[in-house]
Design a protein around this ligand. Structure first.
Ligand SMILES: [Zn+2]
Ligand SMILES: [Zn+2]
Length: 440
């Protein structure tokens, strides 16, 4: 699941364009501008439809063209601008759209929407429904005001199993909301932190720097938040301290402040794992290179061979073949690269990784624990990869039995590692004489 924070500000944004307070001045000075809160999930699901959101999407390089469902939390004007539905209806052929909201929202939305393409779902706390391939549970909010109707929060599970809690606007969470969130182990919780300033009504309708961490603690105690949950503050207003101070404070709570345009990658990930097998000079490296593009991290696992000119020439030939946009990481810490890489990763190859693991632990005699720990770490990072990964593994088990003990050991351990990674791969491809065959 990919969640784009289209806006992370309160109704008046932060900085408030009319305001000269220290918090707004600091936000201007730090260049951190926040518009009305809303989010776009996988380009398909729109969470809230405030007046600034459609334009924010375009300014962030995306659009609402692929949106199949809109989920609105309540009828306040920063969360729902009914005219946007009318403008949507001015396309030549509007695609089908599911519109989800509490009764007060649906009541104002209906007359503005193109009746041919929009299906309405009136929801109340405790409801559960499926829209656009997502499983949605409706939680109650504590948030009031003229015409807002009962406000709701949304618990959303994607087709990939990733789970998000979108919790704006609310004050202290009703017990029923915490009960519905119990055990949900969210991948991300977006929780409002408006911190209403003096002179403005509605302090009882929003969270602040005292009640916000208390709600996170309640969610944690209920099993809704765990160590892997991304906890992100949204709907931020100028009652908060300057952005850098707020960042530090949230950081000390294991959370962070959302930024407009920020993208969160959630859940089991969008990684695609390709394991490429082949013998020496089979064409496996060239094939593997053909399977990645963009800003690739190339992981060269070869140990440095001081004084070996033939080897150096081979390495130079490999480097010359790679596009200039590729970044090379010369390391045996493949797991570390897989966890941190921002884009596609190509690992060449597993045999050299194994050599380095055994060399580093001086474990050619008794490889057991060192090998198992390294393989365990690599297999976990491979399984959890959120980026495309192509991993090359040499086939060394088909020929004659090696004459040396270390040769036999290497062959057996490589076979074990290859089988382990193959079981977690999305594709296993074998290259023979330059010809690639998909095995699984
Ligand atoms: Zn709001
Ligand atoms: Zn509101």
């Amino acid at each position: 699941m990919r969640v784009r924070l289209l806006g992370t500000g309160a109704s008046d944004g932060w900085p408030d364009p009319w305001c000269t307070c220290a918090s707004c001045a600091a936000a201007v000075a730090q260049g951190v501008l926040r518009g009305q809160t809303g989010a776009l999930v996988d380009d398909r699901l729109l969470l809230d439809l405030g007046p600034e959101l459609p334009r924010a999407a375009l300014r962030q390089g995306t659009s609402l063209a692929g949106v199949q469902a809109v989920l609105v939390t309540h009828a306040h004007e920063d969360h729902f601008a009914p005219a946007a539905l009318m403008w949507r209806g001015w396309q030549r052929e509007p695609a089908a759209l599911s519109f989800v909201g509490p009764p007060a929202v649906v009541a104002v939305a209906g007359p503005r929407a193109d009746p041919g393409s929009v299906t309405f779902h009136e929801v109340r706390a405790g409801d559960r429904l499926g829209v656009a391939g997502y499983d949605v549970v409706v939680l109650p909010a504590r948030h009031s005001g003229p015409h807002a109707g009962p406000a709701v929060l949304y618990d959303i599970t994607g087709p990939d199993g990733a789970r998000l809690l979108y919790a704006t606007d609310t004050s202290v969470l009703p017990d029923e909301a915490v009960a519905l969130a119990a055990g949900r182990a969210y991948d991300a919780v977006l929780l409002e932190l408006t911190t209403v300033t003096g002179g403005r009504p509605g302090g009882e309708s929003h969270l602040d720097l005292t009640t916000w961490p208390e709600q996170v603690a309640r969610l944690r105690a209920a099993g809704a938040v765990h160590d892997g949950t991304q906890v992100v503050a949204i709907h931020l207003g100028h009652g908060n301290p300057p952005p850098d101070v707020l960042d530090a404070l949230l950081g000390s709570w294991g959370a962070r402040a959302g930024r407009d345009g920020q993208v969160l990658e959630l859940g089991p990930g969008r990684g695609h794992r390709v394991l490429v097998l082949g013998g020496a000079r089979s064409g496996k490296s060239a094939y593997a290179e053909s399977r990645v593009d963009g800003e690739v991290t190339y992981v060269a696992t070869a140990p440095v061979r001081e004084g070996d000119e033939e080897w150096a020439a081979r390495v130079r030939a490999h480097v010359a073949r790679r596009p200039a946009t590729w970044r090379t990481a010369e390391t045996a810490d493949v797991a570390g690269v897989l966890r941190a890489a921002p884009g596609p990763v190509l690992v060449d190859d597993l045999g050299l990784w194994l050599t380095q693991v055994l060399d580093a632990a001086d474990a050619w005699e008794h490889p057991g624990p060192a090998f198992e720990a390294a393989l365990e770490e690599l297999a976990a990072a491979w399984a959890q990869a959120r980026v495309p990964v192509v991993l090359v593994a040499p086939e060394v088990g088909s020929g004659v039995v090696p004459a040396t003990r270390s040769g036999r050991l290497f062959r057996d351990l490589l076979g074990t590692a290859t089988a382990r990674l193959a079981s977690g791969a999305d594709e296993v491809v074998q290259v023979v004489a330059g010809i690639a065959r998909r095995l699984a």
